[in-house]
Design a protein around this ligand. Structure first.
Ligand code: NAD
Length: 367
């Protein structure tokens, strides 16, 4: 019997529509090769939604997301100057992204930092540091901490302006993300790097206490504790020591972008945001206003997000693997994209749609 999955497709802002178009081509091809239908419902989200209907997370989009089996989301946001034109509460992150994460309770963000051997030359790190490639699963807590805590802004009696932002966590929130991380470590090399800042933050002290409790259920997993500042250095100097990393929300936001840096581009960074009932999939990066609308963006992150969705929401592991193989084969054949290579470097640089064409051609033979 034909299996139907409903997908809410939120193309977003900036490069979002261009890279989403390529990702949807992959789903369409899989439909022709398997007994499956992806019922894609497109909906507005982010700054484009604000300018169209006055809300960055409109009611119609909420309904489509609520009814979907999974959500595929492009990046949202504008340049600093353009963002200033939107009221603070409706700006894409505050008005759309964080409310969606809270609504769907997507507390576990999987951000693969992966550069297979045949793509290792894209890393800005020395080849002896990259070795056989990079393969890290960064797990970020996504709905707690500073981004979701109380916020206050005011003025003191002497006229000094102040802000106060609260870093909130409780042991339940910490436990649920650590459970995810230990389970992931069990599936991989059984080494878990716990990234924290317990020398300064009591939130990290509680985090580490809970970790000791959870670790008892996973005696085979070796835990390596590392301060977040040191982790930033180690990611550059010796990425090969990491397999699964787990950390709170803001640390994960920053270190995962650094992860994109050691790969060579944020364009290689897909992600999965998992909740108990629903998941959404998005590139880790933003809307890249500097290259939007020019057919220059690398769609790897968005097509990779589709691969994660196939695997993690629909159990289509073989198809997901084929998508990764197809994308990597394009780079292994000697092609590149504008974020990874400069013109004149002796490689053919593909546009967004040309990369999509080659992925589709390769995937045809793999499915
Ligand atoms: P960005 O991630 O959009 O871009 C940083 C750099 O990486 C730019 O030079 C950009 O061209 C490049 N880049 C990113 N993705 C690429 C791709 N797929 N292909 C080629 N190059 C790529 O970060 P920014 O410029 O700081 O932010 C732009 C907007 O995105 C802001 O409004 C920000 O708030 C928003 N943002 C949204 C999300 C999200 O939707 N989850 C995440 C981060 C930033």
């Amino acid at each position: 019997m034909t299996q139907t999955y409903t997908i809410a497709v939120l193309a977003g802002d900036g490069i979002g529509p261009e890279i989403t178009e390529q990702a949807l081509r992959v789903l369409r091809l899989i439909e022709t090769k398997r007994d499956v239908v992806f019922d894609c419902k497109e909906a507005e989200f982010g700054a484009s939604a604000y300018f169209s209907v006055g809300k960055s997370f409109p009611e119609a989009t909420i309904k489509i997301c609520d009814e979907a089996d999974a959500i595929l989301k492009g990046p949202i946001g504008l340049s600093h100057e353009e963002s200033e034109k939107i009221p603070v509460e409706e700006r894409p992150e505050r008005g759309a992204l964080l409310p969606m994460r809270r609504r769907l309770n997507t507390y576990a963000n999987f951000r693969p930092i992966s550069l297979p051997k045949g793509m290792a030359h894209f890393s800005p790190l020395k080849q002896e540091v990259v070795g056989e490639g990079i393969d890290i699963m960064l797990i970020r807590e996504l709905i707690g901490g500073l981004y979701f805590g109380g916020k206050e802004r005011g003025e003191k009696e002497d006229g000094t302006r102040y802000v106060k932002e609260t870093l909130d966590y409780d042991d339940k929130q910490i436990r649920q993300i650590l459970e995810v991380a230990f389970k992931e470590a069990m599936k991989r090399k059984k080494v878990l790097h716990n990234i924290h800042k317990s020398n300064v933050l009591i939130s990290s002290v509680l985090w580490n206490e809970v970790l000791e409790e959870v670790a008892k259920d996973y005696p085979e997993v070796q835990v390596v504790h590392m301060l977040v500042d040191a982790a930033a250095t180690h990611l550059c100097l010796n990425p090969g020591q990491f397999d699964v990393m787990v950390m709170e929300n803001m640390f994960g936001d920053i270190l995962s972008d650094q992860g994109g840096g050691i790969l060579g581009s944020l364009g290689l960074m897909p992600s999965a945001c998992m909740g108990p009932d629903k998941a959404y999939y998005e590139p880790s990066h933003g809307s890249a206003p500097d290259i939007a609308g020019k057919n220059l963006a690398n769609p790897y992150s968005m097509i990779g997000s589709v691969a994660l969705m196939l695997d993690m929401s629909f159990g289509m592991e073989a198809e997901a693997k084929a998508v990764w193989t197809a994308m990597q084969s394009v780079f292994q054949a000697g092609f590149s994209t504008g974020d990874l290579s400069k013109p004149g470097a002796g490689v053919e640089i593909l546009s967004t749609s040309e990369f999509g064409d080659k992925v589709i051609a390769s995937l045809e033979g793999l499915l």
